[in-house]
Design a protein around this ligand. Sequence first.
Ligand SMILES: Nc1ncnc2c1ncn2[C@@H]1O[C@H](COP(=O)(O)OP(=O)(O)OP(=O)(O)O)[C@@H](O)[C@H]1O
Length: 938
Amino acid sequence: MMGPPRTPLSKIDKSNPYTPCGSKVTEEKILVTVRMRPLNWREHAKYDLIAWECPDDETIVFKNPNPDKAPTKYSFDKVFEPTCATQEVYEGGSRDVALSALAGTNATIFAYGQTSSGKTFTMRGVTESVVKDIYEHIRKTQERSFVLKVSALEIYNETVVDLLNRDTGPLRLLDDPEKGTIVENLVEEVVESRQHLQHLISICEDQRQVGETALNDKSSRSHQIIRLTIHSSLREIAGCVQSFMATLNLVDLAGSERAFQTNADGLRLKEGSHINRSLLTLTTVIRKLSSGRKRDHVPYRDSKLTRILQNSLGGNARTAIICTISPALSHVEQTKKTLSFAMSAKEVTNCAKVNMVVSEKKLLKHLQQKVAKLESELRSPEPSSSTCLKSLLIEKEMKIQQMESEMKELKRQRDIAQSELDLERKAKERKGSSECEPFSQVARCLSYHTKEESIPSKSVPSSRRTARDRRKDNVRQSLTSADPTALVQEIRLLEKHQKKLGEEANQALDLIHKEVTSHKLGDQQAAEKVAKMLSEIRDMQKSNLLTEEIVVGDKANLKEEINRLNSQEIAALEKKLECVQNTIDMLVSSFQTDEQTPDFRTQVKKKRLLPFGLSNSPNLQHMIRGPCSPLSGTENKDPESNVVSANSAPVSFGATPPKRDDNRCRTQSREGTPVSRQANSVDIKRMNRMYKNAAEENIRNIKSYVTGLKERVAKLQYQKQLLVCQVLELEANETGAASEYDATDESQMDWPLCFEEQRKQIIMLWHLCHISIIHRTQFYMLFKGDPADQIYMEVELRRLTWLEQHLAELGNASPALLGDEPASYVASSIRALKQEREYLAKRVNTKLGAEEREMLYLKWDVPPVGKQRRQQFINKLWTDPHNMQHVRESAEIVAKLVGFCDSGETIRKEMFELNFASPSDKKTWMMGWNFISNLLHL
Ligand SMILES: Nc1ncnc2c1ncn2[C@@H]1O[C@H](COP(=O)(O)OP(=O)(O)OP(=O)(O)O)[C@@H](O)[C@H]1O
């Protein structure tokens, strides 16, 4: 197969410049070859000599008969000896140029030379070969469809004549801004086949002006141009808009001639004159173009030949010139002129480019199809594509968020690692220094320690102390502001609270005792048990009174204060309260009959829904009501009227009146009223029910109150722990001067590590204790490692530790101790958490935009469809305490749902603040949790 035509490298001057429309432009010199024919019969007849020889295929040398003169040497792209066949001449450069037209590049092959030098002979052969090769190429290039058109003209005596339609007469040349010079009304025949083309070419030859001269029997008297227009496009792409289009000019010029040689006169002389004039213009154009002076005027318009061939002469075409010469010495001057022309021509540069054509018809059709498709998409957007796009966007957004998170996490880890390195370095620097434990002295004198607060031993080197130990040191360090006097005052305050708790516990026991006595519902054993507990609590109360005699003194008394406070065995109080609670539970249990009212059930249920089942009510007076309570001032009133008053006014502590009193009360109130026996029976039933309800409510309220007491005892316990810390720290400061241990410095450096460790523990405890996720969120968002957060972190950790232990105890307790409700306190907390999640789920739609919701659902693996997606989403939050990224993202989402904002951070932190004031104060350390419950109306 014939490959696509290529330009010989030697001919390429520059490459890769591009036209404005993007086509590649190749600058290329005109290919110039020289063909020397054999001596013809006329020359032989005159015994003419061969004046030229070809030492190689690129050189021709004039053999000057005068040996004194040096031979004249000419070099060209190719030189063909007389023995060379036309096919060899064609293949020696012309073919590549000619076949460029098949790939969209204009091409021109023309023969130049004196008359009878063999131009027509050569061009005829070249044209045949071109036609043959073109059709061969078309045959082998099935992927493209080709359209060939042919036109032909001659320029005879400066008149343009259509060789395919001579009847049209002389044709005008027009200047087209895009196409250049065009021949008006020139017939262009569509070629149907190779044979058709050959036939048309033969017509051209027949139509051409030929005349006999002295040098040539069939001398061409005109310049002939056969123009093939080749259009090709890819078959496979039906909507292909672009295609190649190029012209191939096959030009057979008339030969220059000398009148004295041709013996021309008359018409032939006139013809020769026109021929020579147009050839002179051609020579001038070539000379101008070869000079390289771009500003020179190129006289294309001086002849019709140069106008029509303008593109081929320094323009958008590849051009090959075959200069034909006679070898005869008699024509040496004409041959030298031809070679001189050839020498100039080979210096002319053309700028050929591939001509891409946009078919307006196809373009219009293509655009119409596109518009129709777009309109169709607009009318009914393809759901899959929009969903896909949306998914991609969401995925991208999520990736960005994930990367940001990872970056933050990496930064954080880097900071931690840096801190650890600094610590290591400092530890090495300290190596060999005293490692005296400053707290050991205090530790020995204090008997009160929790398991977690084991005091570091003197024998343990500081480098081996755990991060947990250092954390405790940090907290102690943060509490050093207290002076001994203030601490003693705090101890007193705690004692006061402890005493008050004892009194209130006492009152609660009294109430229970009255209830048991009045209703005779408890058995003898229960009554004795209650009496015993009452006695113990009274003893405890007495011991508390003694403490008031201690005067606030100097720091020497501080240790005693602490020891004394610890010796008061608050744990015993806790234990007694637990017993009270159990007794109450038994009482409540005994009241649970089939007549239990729905209201009661609802109320009990409500209480269990509070986190940990604890009521935080500080005052029992506001809770206990009774229809005929002795202290309510309504004891002797009609029970029915008392029902009304019970709903309108709170009463103080009071036990349910004995039944006999109930009856008396009723008889008095109904005195003088005629009643039937049946009516009396109904009233008694109603009275019984009423009194039973009142008793139930009292028991319930006492139970709730005892629960509150237990909570306050727990707080007291906790506050005592903190107080111990303060005293320890105070002691450490006093003895620490002798130590080289720089606790402050280390605590500051240690804090990021300590914070991370504490936070992980807290998160785990939140999870284990089923703490409100809103509380977790608020705490997590507020305390992010600031050194000032140390105390908050410590408090949270301690109370959670305490809570975890207590919940474990409650969880292990017998369900009977918790009343008839099968669920434990832990279960109540879980239920509360569930309610909180339901609450948050309701806020998803209002607090998150649709797009954001979808993104989050996708990220958190919420099923793409379903009615419960919001709840499913919320249920996934705060579920993995081991995954810090999960925790952080959960907190961010909950914060958004609840509406936490960055402002007012100080205020919020206060909600978690330690408070050594009265536990009934609104800003207790439990405020954070209660606040959350209140906020949600849980
Ligand atoms: N290479 C060649 N080998 C053999 N014969 C040749 C060769 N070249 C030309 N001839 C013969 O020389 C004669 C003149 O050739 P041709 O007509 O092609 O010259 P020309 O240059 O076209 O002349 P003109 O300009 O007058 O038309 C023809 O008879 C042709 O057959």
